[in-house]
Design a protein around this ligand. Sequence first.
Ligand SMILES: Nc1ncnc2c1ncn2[C@@H]1O[C@H](COP(=O)(O)OP(=O)(O)OP(=O)(O)O)[C@@H](O)[C@H]1O
Ligand SMILES: [Mg+2]
Length: 241
Amino acid sequence: MNALLVTGTDTGVGKTVVAAGLARLLWEAGYRVGVLKPVETGWDGPRGSWPPDAQMLAQAARVEDLPEHVAPCVYAEPLAPLVAARRAGQPVALDRIEAAWERLQDRDWVLVETAGGLSVPLTDTLDYAGLAARWKLPVLVVARPGLGTLNHTFLTIHYARSCGLTVIGVVICGYPAQPDLAAQTNPAMIEEMCRTPVLGCVPQRPTITSAEEAAAAVAQGLHLKTFLARYQELLPQAMCS
Ligand SMILES: Nc1ncnc2c1ncn2[C@@H]1O[C@H](COP(=O)(O)OP(=O)(O)OP(=O)(O)O)[C@@H](O)[C@H]1O
Ligand SMILES: [Mg+2]
């Protein structure tokens, strides 16, 4: 089984769009894909309903898993998991998260999306970097195109490496049709500063509200061959044929 943690430099940078698009590309290439949003916050729907990130991931990957398998731990307040958990008086259920992960072990690919960035805490002692280390997940970093992204991207990658994680690369999401100077120069500068490839630039669309739209945008900016080649270069034991 191949797996990946899709994280980002911030909340709202396009992690779900990129993870969903990548899941669809892998599915179209014939892989059996699993998706997991271990904790989703900001969802107060009825029990058994789909939180939005989990739903887009599941639709993109065309899985038949239930909402509680894709998003095993949900909180109403739109906060970091530990904060939402404390305020709800319900600790993040690591046993449910582990069980959801175990269920996916027979898939060819599993994509795991963080809530916010890598240092966002799940419990007093575990953040997403810790979860990635526990599950031996390499990391894909989704970043914004414009001014400010160099610092955010560098810090994210620096933290990932300081936790012993393998960084697959960066995907820039929301790249404008008419990039300003910062957006024009950032991809090369990210590669130079972070010593990791920018694997793709997903174009900015007017809106993305469905798995299909996410898949179409990602297919335009990220080539599966490029991603798989990089994954295999870093993890030679991976099965990417
Ligand atoms: N390439 C794009 N073009 C247009 N809109 C986009 C693009 N990528 C993302 N968006 C929009 O930006 C918003 C944030 O994207 P997304 O939900 O993927 O971010 P996220 O990093 O997963 O956020 P969260 O931290 O809440 O999980 C969404 O409304 C999404 O539709
Ligand atoms: Mg998301």
